[in-house]
Each structure stands twice: as C-alpha cells, then as structure tokens.
Design a binder for this molecule. Structure first.
Ligand SMILES: Nc1ncnc2c1ncn2[C@@H]1O[C@H](COP(=O)(O)OP(=O)(O)OP(=O)(O)O)[C@@H](O)[C@H]1O
Ligand SMILES: [Mg+2]
Length: 452
C-alpha cells in the first residue's frame, strides 16, 4: 500500500483528495504547508507526494528540491492552478514525476496514483530480483579468506582512480568479476565497460577490433568503424588474456595508454579517448616479459597496480561461503532442499579445484540437477577421484576403433542406464543440459519421449 501525502494550503482540496484517494487503498496524510511536510518526508514515511505549487511559506518547487535531496525515492506530483508551462517544465526538470493542472477530475488523480504505485511495485520487484541474482553468484565476490579480503581491499582502493590494473590468476579464479567490480566502483560506472578477449579474436582482426578503421583501410572496409577503444571512451576497457596480444599490437596499445590517443587503421588523424585499462591474464606476465614474449615496457605500465587472485585450493575457507551462497538461491527456488552437509563440505575441501571457482560452481550446478528437489547427497558431488570408474580407462583403446559419434552414443546410453532412465540426472552425469541430452538422444535414436 503506497503512502500518499497531500499538501495544499486550501483545506477543502486536501479533504476532497483524501476522501477520494483513501478508499482506493492508499494510506493518506495531509498537510497545509511545506514546513509541516518536511519532517514526514525526512522520516521516509512517504511514497508519493501530491503538492500544490503555491503554498503559504516555502513553495512547491522549493519543497520538490528538498524532497529530491532528502528522499530521492519519493515520487512527486505538482498540482498547479496557475497553468504556466514554465513552472511545469521546471518541476519536471527538478525531478517531479508528473504535474496536474487544477481544476482536475478526481479520476485523473486516482489513475495517476495507480500508475505511479504500479511502477513503484515493479521497481521494488526488480530490486529484489537483482539482490537474489547477486546472492546466487550472479555478481558479488564471495569469500572470507584473508586472500579474498586483500583483493576486495585493493579493489576498493584502486577503483576510484584511473590507474591501469593488471589482474592475474588461474582460470576461473574470478578475474572478470574483479574487473567488473573495479569498473562499478569507479566514477565511470555509468559509462561503458567493454570486454575484449585478446585470445579469442583472430590476430589479423585484432587491431581493427581494438582501434577501429577508416573507410577503405583494407579490402572490405566499406565503412568507417570505431574500435572498442573508442566505444569504451569515458569508461573502462577490459583486455582479457592480455598475454596473447601480439607484439606489434602491444606497442600500439602502450602508445594509446600513454598518450590517450591512437590512429585507427588507415587513418591519419589521431582519435583522443579517455579509457581506463583493466587487463587480465592467467599467464605469468613477468616471466613472459623476461623471456621476450611480452613487451617489458607494457608490462611495467600495466603492472602499476597488480592484483593477484590465489587459486581456490590455497584458500579453502572460501569454498563453504561460495557454495552456501550458490545453494541458498536454489533452496529458495525449490530446486533442492536442506543445507549442505558437513561431510560434503569436507569432500569439497579435499579436492584441488584446478578449474577454481568456475569448477566449484559447475560441480554444484550438477549436484542441484541430480538432487531433483531433494537434499544434496554425497554421490551427486562429482569430482575426479570421487567418481566411480565409468570405464574411462578404456578410452585409449577406443581411439582408432570407434568414431567419436559411436563413443558419444555409448556414453549417453551408459549415463541413462546409470541414472535409471532419469534424464535430468543423466544430463547432470554428462555435464550437459537436458535440452542437449534430448537433442543427442534424438540424433542417435535413443529412448522415445517420456519425460522425467
Ligand atoms: N570469489 C568469487 N565469488 C563468487 N563467484 C566467483 C568468485 N570467483 C569466481 N566466481 C565465479 O566463477 C566463475 C568464473 O569467474 P571469472 O569468469 O571471473 O573467472 P576468470 O578468472 O576470468 O576465468 P578465465 O581465466 O577462465 O577467464 C564466474 O561464474 C564467477 O562469477
Ligand atoms: Mg575471464
């Protein structure tokens, strides 16, 4: 139920409005002046304000200004009998949601209030959803270990600056997550965060991708195109797998970082940009640069602020909080029941996690699927060494004798058999989605429909 405050120096108006609005299910308060309204707004008790422009003391526009400061979440509707577009425009500019011109029909007011309340509810739902997503691991960096606390501390310190950051850590340790946090903790947060994976873009396209090109710069360049550097202007550019950047491009990148400008391919006019560089790698960049595989000057330029994320096996105390946060969302959605048991925690701690947090999440994801709404059992945690031998040792004997498709077919049959025909479970055993399992089953003519 939205809480509405009606402010008008004419007692008749506040009374009529209250009588009309309250039966619609709003909690309505009334005031005759801005001074009287301020403490209520300040307390955070008001969702929507209906306020007359002309009031005895402080006027409606002044109150609007104050209200935006002390309670930005409160929606403000300005009522005015002195229909001048300039005050209406001014009110909207100051952040009013809408204005009403007196005399108005009561219906207009109730409709407007309904529209505002619906929008407010939607926003609250979105907020709740976002919180849930971050809890399920869609965002925040989790962990209690001193190593993770240091990382968080460093993020907090470096984020507000424009310094380049070099994030190093094994695959799956959360380098991208850290890069996002740095961007979001900076004044650039509302500007673009552009990701470019230096290993994923073919070498001959990387320069055009990074720096853009002019029309006619090469065959096929029919139109001028801005590069990622330009697109990131004002924001941050995340150069993932920077260790894979070819040497000639490393030189160009260094110049761009140092001068804040670069030449697009085929261009002769430098493009100026203000971009914060965040780089990441799972290679040892220092060693690489010592052996000539990476430019030393660029390494030093990036290494001004290094952040190292240790592998999960070196901070096992993070396993439980990460698993708990991940599973809490699944309990809430009814996909599993109950807490994770002590012996499973021990089992998770006993493993070395070469794929780090990503692998942990995948293992848990699989366990959730296998549990089919019940508690997570030990046997659903499938980590190497814990898994019963599924005949994998015979693989080398198969190569050369069987095609990949034949092997895939046999594996699917085996998984279905082990899962007792339960397809969710079989998909979990294979580390694929149910959808993928279905399409493979169809391909190999296995099973006929039947849903589990
Ligand atoms: N400390 C953490 N808390 C919560 N989730 C995490 C944490 N670290 C990593 N993750 C999750 O693990 C997954 C892998 O993380 P991310 O992609 O950031 O790793 P990466 O270091 O960039 O890996 P790669 O080198 O393979 O690109 C993501 O789903 C991420 O959300
Ligand atoms: Mg990554």
């Amino acid at each position: 139920m939205s809480r509405v405050l009606v402010i008008d120096d004419e007692e008749k108006i506040t009374r009529i409005l209250k009588e009309a609005i309250a039966p619609e299910g709003y909690d309505v308060k009334t005031c005759s002046g801005a001074e009287e309204a301020l403490p209520l707004i300040e307390k955070g008790d008001i969702d929507i304000i209906l306020c007359d422009l002309r009031l005895g003391g402080m006027d409606g526009l002044d109150l609007l200004r104050r209200s935006r400061e002390i309670s930005p979440g409160t929606d403000f509707v300005m009522m005015t009998a002195y229909a001048s577009t300039s005050t209406a425009v001014e009110a909207m500019r100051l952040g009013a949601y809408e204005y009403l011109i007196k005399p108005f029909q009561i219906d207009e007011v109730t409709l407007l209030l309904r529209r505002i309340s619906e929008r407010r509810e939607l926003m609250i739902e979105n907020l709740a959803l976002r919180e849930k997503i971050s809890l399920t691991g869609g965002g925040r960096i989790l962990g209690d270990s001193p190593a993770i606390k240091t990382v968080l501390d460093m993020i907090g310190k470096v984020a507000p600056t424009a310094t380049p950051v070099l994030i190093q850590g094994e695959s799956g340790t959360g380098k991208e997550l850290v890069a996002i946090e740095i961007h979001e903790g900076s004044a650039r947060a509302s500007k673009p965060f552009i990701v470019i994976n230096c290993a994923a873009v073919p070498e001959n396209l990387l320069e055009a991708e990074l720096f853009g090109y002019e029309r006619g710069a090469f065959t096929g360049a029919v139109q001028k195109k801005p590069g990622q550097f330009k697109l990131a202007d004002g924001g941050s550019l995340f150069l993932d797998e920077i260790g894979e950047l070819p040497l000639p491009l490393q030189a160009k990148l260094l110049r761009a970082i140092e001068n804040g400008e670069f030449l697009p391919l085929g261009g002769n006019k430098p493009v100026k940009v203000d971009v914060r560089i965040i780089a990441a790698t799972n290679r040892d960049l220092e060693k690489l640069s010592a052996s000539g595989g990476f430019r030393q000057d660029l390494f030093y330029r990036l290494n001004v602020f290094p952040i190292r994320i240790s592998p999960l096996r070196e901070r096992k105390e993070d396993i439980l909080p990460i698993a708990q946060a991940f599973l809490a969302g699944r309990v809430a959605s009814g996909e599993i029941s109950g807490e994770i048991s002590g012996d499973i925690v021990e089992m998770l701690k006993g493993y070395s996690w070469p794929g780090n947090v990503r692998e942990l999440r995948n293992v848990l994801e699989r366990a959730v699927i296998l549990s089919g709404g019940g508690p997570i059992e030990r046997e659903y945690i499938m980590i190497p060494g814990e898994e019963p031998d599924t005949g994998g040792n015979g693989l080398s004997a198969l190569v050369g004798r069987k095609s990949l498709e034949e092997i895939e077919r046999s594996l699917i049959e085996l998984a279905l058999e082990k899962a007792g025909g339960n397809k969710s479970r079989a998909a979990g055993l294979l580390g694929i989605t149910r959808r993928t399992l279905y399409s493979r089953m169809e391909k190999y003519g296995l099973g006929k429909g039947g849903d589990q």
